[in-house]
Design a protein around this ligand. Structure first.
Ligand code: UDP
Ligand code: MG
Length: 325
């Protein structure tokens, strides 16, 4: 087999602080992989600027002029990590035999890319980078992440434990991914659905090299809830269960109430009525909200809007502009 063309896809949102270092380390990595004969000399790095408001795009453009490995893609506004990544994967799959996605902040150990490629050469279509430990995370982030994986597993969503978006995908896997047309693409949930032969490679996740996290708590919670409702209807089913339970227990309470009315002497109407109304009212509003969440998803999906818009691309002069759509 010829040495595969590798594209490293890097979504960037306001990453000016770390970009040069990222470029340096990824370039070094690609050259050492080339020297080992693991990847083709046509391999490259694709930076996707996800509508940054800082110098990220000018820096990327400048890099494409100086470094023949670097290409850039500029989205027309901020679309979010998952969509920026998708834009990169779709652009890369035209040329590349395999693609590795990695965050711009160098939290993921670039040296394990070598193992990714060895697995790819053994015939794996998807190789997941899996964090060995979460020592560097806050206790809170660790606990919530663990709880989340557990809950998703219970609900029947097959996530790779402690895997973020650091992974290798073959052209074939990317072509399958392209057939998942959903608007709200939750890559971590979708990629395992593709199947094929897969492998996991362990690595230590570091702290951000520079800059700050683009995932504040609020975004993280929204991301988690979105992942849940995109992949599972179990929450809706739980409503049915609670409804059934309420119905059964209220039947019993009803019999008791009749008994008290005809044979008892106490007249305690107010307390029981107010409790039932508040409890049921609260529960029904919550249920409506949850159902609304799913209906909202159907609404968004049904509009079939484009998932991202590319504004501009940049590639080394010698390679010409036609490399990227
Ligand atoms: N990112 C992006 N668009 C966004 C937010 C983040 O492309 O709207 C990129 C960001 O530049 C980084 C990656 O997604 O390369 C992961 O973000 P970050 O490191 O801030 O997340 P964390 O590691 O803290 O979860
Ligand atoms: Mg990060």
């Amino acid at each position: 087999m010829d040495n595969p063309i590798l594209t490293i896809v890097v979504p960037c949102y306001n990453e000016e602080a770390v970009l040069y270092e990222t470029e340096r380390q990824l370039t070094e990595t690609i050259f050492s992989l080339m020297n080992e004969g693991l990847v083709s000399p046509k391999s490259n790095i694709l930076f996707i600027d996800d509508g940054s408001r800082d110098q990220t795009w000018p820096i990327i453009e400048e890099m494409t002029k100086k470094n023949r490995l670097v290409k850039g893609l500029k989205l027309s506004r901020n679309f979010g990590h998952q969509k920026a990544l998708l834009a990169g994967l779709e652009a890369a799959k035209e040329e590349a035999d395999c693609v590795i996605s990695i965050d711009a902040d160098l939290q993921d150990d670039v040296s394990v890319m070598r193992e990714f490629l060895l697995k790819y050469r053994e015939g794996c279509d998807i190789v997941y980078g899996v964090r060995k430990s979460r020592e560097k995370d806050t206790v809170f982030k660790r606990a919530t992440a663990q709880g989340y994986y557990r809950m998703m597993k219970k609900l029947g969503v097959d996530l790779v434990y402690n895997h973020a978006d650091y992974r290798l995908m073959s052209k074939r896997a990317l072509e399958e991914l392209a057939r998942f047309k959903e608007q709200n693409l939750f890559l971590r949930g979708v990629v395992p659905l593709i199947g094929f032969k897969t492998a996991e490679v362990l690595y230590d996740r570091k702290e951000r090299a520079a800059g700050e996290s683009k995932y504040p708590l609020k975004k993280m919670l929204a991301f988690a809830f979105d992942g849940l409702t995109s992949f599972s209807v179990v929450p809706i089913r739980l409503i049915t269960l609670v409804g059934l339970f309420t119905f059964l227990s209220s039947s019993i309470a009803g019999i008791y109430a009749l008994f008290v009315k005809f044979f008892g002497h106490v007249d305690d109407g107010w307390t029981s009525i107010i409790i039932s109304i508040w409890f049921l009212g609260g529960f029904m509003l919550m249920s409506l909200g949850l159902i609304g969440e799913y209906i909202g998803k159907i609404y968004q999906e049904s509009k079939q809007r484009p998932r991202y818009t590319v504004e501009r691309d940049a590639a080394p002069e010698a390679m010409g502009q036609q490399l990227l759509r």
